[in-house]
Design a protein around this ligand. Structure first.
Ligand SMILES: C[S@@+](CC[C@H](N)C(=O)[O-])C[C@H]1O[C@@H](n2cnc3c(N)ncnc32)[C@H](O)[C@@H]1O
Length: 275
């Protein structure tokens, strides 16, 4: 299992500076506009509610745009990621944005050892996070242990049905080609670019990923003492997931150009730690 971490970390380390420089992540707006928050967090607000005063951890925080956004909304933020290059960008963003965020380098599965047990009111994660983790059950255990009794999980994530589709079809068909259910073996991909517009070129292009079905995610959370408090499926996703079939609809969201109601693009799942 150590190999997937090495391969994936190299991929993220190489891409972090290009992401930080991209229009997608809107770094300069954090500098110029003291109340600016990311499109991702703005989308979340109606379901997320007030986070002011909460002790929150953002798992797999990448370059910190969502973490800093939550800090701007009044949460006391910790961001965790295993990519040192991502955290370098995240710390730089927090500094220029005037946000006081504690960024910690480490693997999600080590988060309790690194951050402590039952310390948080809110675990926030998603938008391309779960696909990097081989076991959803182990992830759910980490989430439950990080939360104080009564604390909550908020995740908006790409839908596993979307992850299972052939992403490069030009004929308009939605064809399931990748696993929907979690498999022991990774989906190994070779991708030269990244999901933002950039002139940067990369050499660490291999990724190891896993899908996790909705039932598997819900069952894992329930098994670790979490009560499901909300589950909403959306007809948009905040990246260009099917390049030949999706169109931008504003606010950083993308959806199928043809009959978007055919596909659950993303979901928001909320759960509370029983106790
Ligand atoms: C697409 S980003 C998700 C963050 C956020 N939604 C965003 O778009 O900025 C994925 C992040 O997961 C991190 N990551 C992947 N596997 C990880 C692991 N096992 N432990 C900690 N971080 C991990 C990567 O370093 C990367 O920063």
């Amino acid at each position: 299992m150590s190999d997937y971490r090495t391969v994936n970390r190299a991929n993220w380390d190489e891409r972090a500076p290009a992401h930080a420089a991209s229009a997608t992540y809107a770094r300069q707006r954090f500098v110029d506009e003291p109340t600016f928050i990311s499109d991702v967090v703005r989308f979340d607000l109606p379901l997320l509610g007030d986070v002011a005063g909460l002790r929150a951890v953002h798992l797999q925080c990448h370059i910190g745009t969502d973490t800093v956004s939550l800090a701007r909304l009044g949460a006391t933020m910790t961001g965790l990621d295993f990519s040192s290059a991502s955290l370098k960008e995240a710390r730089s963003l927090a500094a220029v944005a005037g946000a006081d965020v504690d960024f910690v380098e480490g693997d999600v599965y080590d988060a309790v050892d690194l951050l402590g047990e039952a310390r948080f009111d809110l675990v926030f994660t998603g938008i391309g996070a779960l696909c990097w983790l081989p076991s959803i059950d182990e992830w759910a255990g980490v989430v439950a242990r990080l939360l104080r009794p009564g604390g909550r999980l908020f995740i908006r994530e790409g839908h596993p049905v979307l992850w299972s589709l052939q992403y490069d079809r030009e004929d308009g068909l939605l064809v399931i080609d990748y696993p929907y259910f979690e498999r022991p073996e990774p989906i190994v991909e070779q991708t030269e670019g990244t999901y933002v517009d950039t002139d940067a070129t990369f050499s660490a292009n291999v990724t190891h990923e896993w899908n996790h079905g909705i039932g598997e995610i819900l069952t894992a959370l329930l098994r670790h003492g979490m009560q499901i408090t909300g589950f909403v499926e959306h007809t948009s996703v905040p990246w260009q997931a099917l390049p030949d079939q999706m169109e931008p609809i504003g606010g950083g969201e993308h959806r199928l150009a043809d009959r978007p109601w055919r596909l659950p693009h993303s979901y928001t799942l909320q759960a509370r730690k029983v106790g």
